[in-house]
Design a protein around this ligand. Sequence first.
Ligand code: AHR
Length: 321
Amino acid sequence: MKKILSGLVVAGAFALALTGCSTPAGGGADDGIITVGFAQTGSESGWRSANTDSMKAAFSEANGFKLVFNAADNKPEAQIAAVRSFINQGVDAIVIAPIVTDGWDDVLKEAQAANIPVILEDRTLSSSDSLYASWVGLDFNREGERAGEWVKQNFDGKAANLVILEGTTGSSAAKDRSAGFTSAIAGTDINVLDSQTGNFTRAEGKTVMEGFLQKYGNTINVLFAQNDDMGLGALDAIKAAGLKPGVDIQIVTIDAVHDGMQALANGEFNYIVECNPLLGEKVAALVKSVLAGTKVDKATIVEDGAFTKDDAIKLLPTRPY
Ligand code: AHR
């Protein structure tokens, strides 16, 4: 697709840089098809699968797109290499779900120099916002805060012992959820025994929880897992230790994917803060707007809910992911 940009109102320095560009992109054919390179984090969780499905459905041929998909197995260098390869292929736009916040300046500058707009989805990064056109995602700080508010409400005044399974180190999701959670439990008598990364995966959630149980035995009262998958892995470790999840150790997680909601309905999780993965349509609309030179917001936050056992029982039959 040839970029059609002159004379339109565009948002931010990056979009301005595109104005008047006449170089064909996406292979150069003026076929109306928008070629988009999508640099996904990997396939670490149920949330990620739902997000990938949502993106693939939105960036379909029927919607006028050709999607070049890459999942980087949660390796930041591989994700940056994928973005570089999209630049070399001359795609029309690049979408990134950044694995980590740091290390993006050079490749974003390369995309800008090649007049290829970058749209971020899901996670944020620490580079200047002049290096990307727009971001759509969730308020991770608020998600952590809501999890912390639930812990505070149920455990403050009880000198409870808490352990935390953190997401991928250096990711905005892990950093912001930790910050929001910490601020919500500040000033309480809740004792944080330990906090370690489980990389947002079920396998590592299980391994790290096994370590916590070996170290702290049955003194743990509550677990905050920064996503459902780590919480689900921890369930196995808790049961193997002869303890009852949801009762002996209460569990709050984030995401609300199907398996997490099932654990909540079963009484093995106690509370889930939602993180909505269905961002595809919003991202696709942003890509079209940016390429058309239409003004777009720099940041779009998608609303999340939070669920109890009763909510899970009610919502499970119609939950789309
Ligand atoms: O960035 C969103 C987080 O990434 C989700 O909470 C987690 O499940 C995923 O891997």
